[in-house]
Design a protein around this ligand. Structure first.
Ligand SMILES: [Zn+2]
Length: 414
């Protein structure tokens, strides 16, 4: 344990020099908070203001720095959109679903699992069966799965996220592939198209073209990037799922952030007051708290999993991989090839971003965030505890996407 608080000038100097690892609060389990003192000082606030201005005015640069710039920008811009009333209307029914999930956990009697006026029906209220048994059976199975999937220490927020993720995947948003032609024929990717003014207004700088084998017509798939456009289109792949779901979590009043993975996946995290750590949630899969889904379930060789939110950024990779040593070697390879970051460089970039985000907050709020950081660090450092959580959750292969697409990405879990 370091001896006493470190002077703010020292910390500022270390930050500017990029010598982050001698700052105690960056080390897992560190119990001092030198950054807090510095961020509360006039010098700290002035530095944060100047850094924020620089961050805002700087155009996205190429490569790795550009990736980070884009992630920072998104977490801010999307977070500010949560005030929109239209999002609130979309999400209005979710709290009752979370309540239903919690009631189910208290004990599934025979009537709850099969009766017509049971909690089961309320939990899946929108999908009333019109054709009899087939649908009925699906609902009951789904509910049994919902019930058995709730760990004993799940709280209301956790139930709310689980209900939201299942609603998002099964009712609200649609997985883009396979992209069918209007004639019903199968399509194949035919290269990029030119974005229209409408596409650009929706943040789509890229448009995919998919040509029909049967009639030759071309179907456009704009990759929208704004919350409003995504709410209109309600279709996408993991990037669109994660971006919009992150905003919905914020709109539900939860503390949330989204996670960018260098092996081409994205998901979200929310802060669980019951579990006292940031919790994985993947809306593509409707899975909550299964951070090893990608490593063990899909067999993905991940290098970087970086979380971005309004209160800063964190390298959360360690929680998402089984073998941290092997992961560090993959990162070193990437860094040598110019597709990764040096470990010090990355930690410095994430730290400075976090300091920028928090520099202008009230002291009380910053201290609250700091205590969350500390609880999170304890959870990350506790490999055995994370293992127990993973064991309780169970794992399976990827659900979203076609077989060929999963095969191409090496994500079939085989
Ligand atoms: Zn066609």
């Amino acid at each position: 344990m370091p001896a006493g608080p470190i002077e703010s000038g020292y910390v500022a100097h270390q930050l500017q020099a990029g010598v982050y690892d001698s700052i105690p609060s960056l080390q897992p389990g560190g119990d001092t908070t030198p950054l807090e003192g510095w961020m509360s000082s006039d010098a700290g606030r002035a530095w944060a203001r100047a850094a924020l201005r620089r961050g805002v005015s700087r155009a996205a640069s190429a490569g790795n720095e550009g990736v980070l710039a884009g992630l920072k920008k998104h977490s801010w811009e999307d977070a500010h959109l949560t005030q929109r009333a239209e999002i609130g209307r979309v999400l209005a029914h979710l709290p009752e679903r979370a309540e239903a999930l919690l009631r189910l956990r208290e004990g599934p009697s025979e009537s709850v699992l099969s009766g017509p006026d049971s909690e089961v029906e309320k939990a899946g209220e929108d999908k009333k069966d019109e054709n009899g048994d087939e649908e009925d059976k699906g609902e009951a199975d789904d509910t049994e799965e919902r019930f058995s999937g709730l760990p004993p220490d799940f709280g209301y927020d956790d139930a709310l996220v689980l209900a939201a993720a299942r609603w998002f995947k099964h009712e609200y948003f649609r997985w883009a592939d396979p992209i069918a032609c209007a004639c019903g024929g199968a399509t194949a990717y035919a290269g990029p198209g030119e974005p229209s003014a409408d596409d650009r207004a929706g943040g789509a700088a890229r448009v995919e073209l998919h040509r029909c084998a049967a009639c030759g017509a071309t179907t456009r798939f704009p990759r929208y990037n704004t919350v409003r456009a995504l709410m209109r289109a309600r279709v996408g792949r993991c990037g669109e799922f994660a971006q919009l779901f992150y905003v919905f979590l914020l709109a539900l009043g939860l503390e949330a952030r989204y996670v960018w993975n260098s092996e081409d996946h994205m998901w979200a995290e929310y802060w669980s007051p019951a579990l006292q750590h940031w919790v994985h949630v993947d809306a593509c899969e409707a899975e909550v708290n299964k951070p090893l889904l990608y490593d063990r379930g899909w067999g993905k060789m991940q290098a970087y999993c970086l979380a971005f939110g309004v209160a800063g950024a964190e390298d959360v990779t360690r929680a998402y991989v089984d073998d941290w040593g092997a992961c560090l070697r993959r990162r070193q390879d990437k860094w040598r090839q110019g597709t990764g970051w040096g470990e010090r460089r990355l930690a410095w970039l994430l730290l400075t971003h976090t300091v920028q985000c928090r520099g202008l907050l009230e002291d009380e709020e910053r201290l609250r965030l700091q205590s969350m950081d500390e609880a999170q660090a304890r959870w990350v450092a506790d490999a055995a505890g994370r293992e127990r959580e993973a064991a309780a959750g169970g794992l399976k292969g990827r659900e979203s996407g076609t077989e060929e697409w999963k095969e191409a990405r090496g994500e079939t879990g085989k």
